[in-house]
Design a protein around this ligand. Structure first.
Ligand code: GDP
Length: 330
């Protein structure tokens, strides 16, 4: 007992001093499914929570191949060149199934991963997006306690993960490729509506002109949306991460967003709202996890599923029976 107490103290002390080995160990602890590790993780989180919240959290999404890792590397290097520490985390919905992560991989951002002011962590894996999101939120807090001023949460532009990331960051950036005039078709309106800015990638060489055209089109499209509660007018910029063009402008734009939303109170209000959302989502998640833990409940569910399929019960009533019988057993 004494030893574990010591080690939590040890990890938290080192983590608060900015030690990235301790940070990695802490993240491994919170991601662990072992009961003993979870208890240690709880104690660790309690210790570090007063030191959290001071970063700027940026979400970045875009389809595979759009240039996310190249952009994040160039953007991250720009941030560290300003003397700031940057952490890159990732949510990859496919990794829950494959257990391997295509995102956050060190080899994808080789230069940034060698930077002493940068920390790159591969995707947390889990059985559900909710579970992965939960752990990513905790990881954000750990990174903040370790002194990271800018936290980038990356996700791939498929599935539900955008909404999950949007709900845990201050600023949400959509990376988009300039196509042959059909930019607006391949992209879901919902994702565009969530974006505080769209960055057209690979605006170099032959692509530069197309990128400028896309910039105008996206800008016009964004104007059609309802103004967001932040009263921030979403921006559209073009970059070439390969040629390091437009990167500084993206950083400046994000800073002006921060200033704008700090002034009008949105920044803090949004953070409060996100904490409450996390609380409510976490309740649902934990209820689900706890309900489905016992073999009896799984068996009960299977038998109800049969009845539903056979037309003996309607799903809502079967759900009611399942929940009530589970509660009664407790
Ligand atoms: P991701 O899958 O979204 O992470 O995309 P990557 O960053 O791996 O980039 C996909 C491909 O686009 C790679 O071959 C990159 O070299 C290329 N690429 C990325 N950024 C740029 C850029 O700014 N200009 C050009 N011309 N190519 C780029």
């Amino acid at each position: 007992m004494k030893n574990t107490k010591l080690s939590v103290n040890d990890i938290s002390q080192k983590l608060l001093a900015g030690d990235v080995v301790a940070l990695s160990r802490a993240i491994t602890l919170i991601e662990s499914k072992k009961n003993t590790d979870q208890k240690l993780a709880d104690r660790l989180l309690k210790k570090i929570v007063p030191h959290t919240g001071h970063s700027l959290r940026i979400g970045i999404t875009g389809s595979p191949g759009v240039g996310k890792s190249t952009f994040i590397e160039a953007f991250g290097k720009h941030i560290t060149s300003l003397g700031k520490k940057v952490a890159v985390l990732a949510i990859d919905p496919s990794s829950a199934k494959t257990k391997g992560s295509i995102l956050g991989d060190r080899t994808r951002m080789e230069e940034l991963s060698k930077d002493a002011k940068a920390f790159i962590r591969p995707t947390a894996t889990g059985t559900s997006l909710g579970g992965v999101a939960d752990k990513t939120r905790e990881t954000i807090l750990l990174c903040e306690a370790a002194g990271f001023e800018i936290i980038i949460v990356e996700t791939v532009g498929v599935g539900q993960s955008e909404t999950a990331v949007r709900n845990m960051v201050d600023f949400f950036l959509l990376l988009q490729l300039a196509g042959a005039g059909d930019e607006l078709q391949g992209i879901k309106k919902g994702i565009m509506e969530m974006a505080d800015a769209i960055v057209i990638t690979k605006a170099d060489g032959e692509n530069e002109k197309k990128a400028k055209q896309a910039q105008t089109e996206f800008f016009q499209a964004l104007h059609l949306f309802q103004p967001s509660t932040s009263a921030w007018q979403p921006k559209v910029l073009t970059t070439s991460a390969l040629q390091k063009k437009g990167i500084e402008e993206v950083w400046k734009m994000i800073q002006s967003f921060q200033l704008h939303t700090a002034k009008n109170g949105f920044f803090n209000k949004n953070r409060e709202q996100q904490k409450l959302e996390w609380f409510h989502e976490s309740i649902q998640l934990q209820l689900k996890e706890r309900f489905f833990k016992s073999k009896k409940e799984v068996a009960k569910m299977k038998s109800l599923e049969k009845k539903i399929v056979n037309g003996e019960m309607i799903p809502s009533k079967a759900a009611e029976e399942f929940v009530l019988s589970s509660i009664r057993k407790r």
